[in-house]
Design a protein around this ligand. Structure first.
Ligand code: ATR
Length: 321
């Protein structure tokens, strides 16, 4: 039996063990998946210990995603773009690789589970912290007409937009093609990141340079929350932490387009404050982050085991359905 775990602090509330147990039962993979309460002062020691005991992979959650990014040398393009690692893969011989499946998880939930098409849409991403950065690259690769990052602290949104402006079609000069789209979504027969990401590390290329192959029709910009006025969006994604304080970001009441969707990266048993904001403004669909949680787990499972579990029954079960 191969050992996996989720490491975080706190960790008792994590749904990851239940999700991966369901994936293991469904696929018949011989794995065990536990939870580790990480030491905030010695994340590296916890990882070393897990690997020494024969562990094969970790999911990394709050507050260790950045520490994991800094600890690992071998990082996928998604992890590099996110500046964070949520999936750690122990390779034969004990070499560690960091990946990030959060953004792909969001995209799968939005587009495959719920049928939202990002191409040509106007998207508002609220927040410019770790959660926002973690989902930006796959969002941009899906080719929205416009992606506005709006944050309470404007300069953080501006900096984040600048960092991802190489994915802005108007700033891209390389040949057309969407190799990154394939890299991001993977080919079911092949681990999705190994070839492209290995290439960029082995050639010593800076990660940013390897992103030039992506050419999409979109623009990315960053503003303060007061920079939203007068605009309407087809999709508003809440990547702020305001919901944890039972609040929503201070955004205009009329910034959701008719027929627009609302997605909160947070989830809870009750509708989150931002989901309630969307309901009150007649959003066509109001989604919370539970689907993304299960999808990012499925993507991690695939990186570890090379099998893609079915997510719908697991999402339904977690919803109590
Ligand atoms: P996470 O990892 O969850 O993204 P984070 O990196 O601390 O956590 O980022 C929290 C995000 O929520 C930030 O974008 C933050 O805005 P600031 O950059 O201005 O701090 C946002 N946020 C937190 N409380 C907020 C509030 N009351 N109103 C609006 N935005 C808020």
């Amino acid at each position: 039996t191969d050992q996996y775990a989720v490491i975080g602090n706190p960790i008792a509330h994590s749904k990851s063990p239940a999700i991966h147990a369901a994936f293991a039962a469904q696929t018949g993979e011989p794995i065990e998946y536990g939870r580790i309460l990480g030491d905030p002062d010695d994340f590296a020691g916890d990882v070393r210990h897990f690997v020494a005991e024969g562990g094969r992979g970790l999911n990394v959650t709050v507050p260790f995603k950045t520490a994991a990014f800094e600890l690992l040398d071998d990082l996928s393009e998604q992890a590099q773009a996110a500046g964070a690692v949520n999936t750690l893969i122990v390779r034969d011989g004990g070499l560690l690789r960091g990946d990030n499946t959060d953004g792909v998880g969001l995209l799968r939930d939005l587009t495959e589970n719920h049928g939202f098409t990002l191409a040509g849409k106007r998207v508002l991403l609220l927040g410019a912290g770790g959660a926002a950065r973690g989902v930006l690259r796959p969002l941009l690769e899906a080719g929205p007409a416009e992606l506005l990052i709006a944050n309470r602290t404007a300069r953080k949104a501006e900096a984040l937009a600048a960092q991802f402006s190489h994915l802005d079609a108007s700033a891209t000069t390389s040949a057309p093609g969407n190799t990154l789209r394939r890299a991001a979504y993977g080919d079911d027969r092949q681990p999705r990141t190994s070839s492209t990401a290995a290439l960029s590390t082995e050639t010593g290329q800076r990660p940013d340079q390897s992103l030039g192959a992506c050419q999409k029709t979109h623009s990315v910009a960053g503003r303060g929350l007061d920079g939203i006025a007068g605009q309407r969006f087809d999709l508003i994604i809440n990547a702020t932490s305001t919901g944890l304080d039972d609040q929503v970001p201070a955004i205009p009441n009329d910034c959701l387009a008719r027929g627009g969707w609302v997605y909160d990266l947070l989830y809870a048993d009750e509708p989150t404050p931002f989901c309630r904001w969307g309901q009150a403004r007649d959003a066509a669909r109001v989604l919370d982050g539970l689907g993304m949680l299960v999808e990012q787990a499925a993507e991690s499972f695939w990186l570890w085991r090379g099998l893609r579990p079915q997510t719908a029954p697991v999402i339904a079960r977690l919803r109590g359905g």
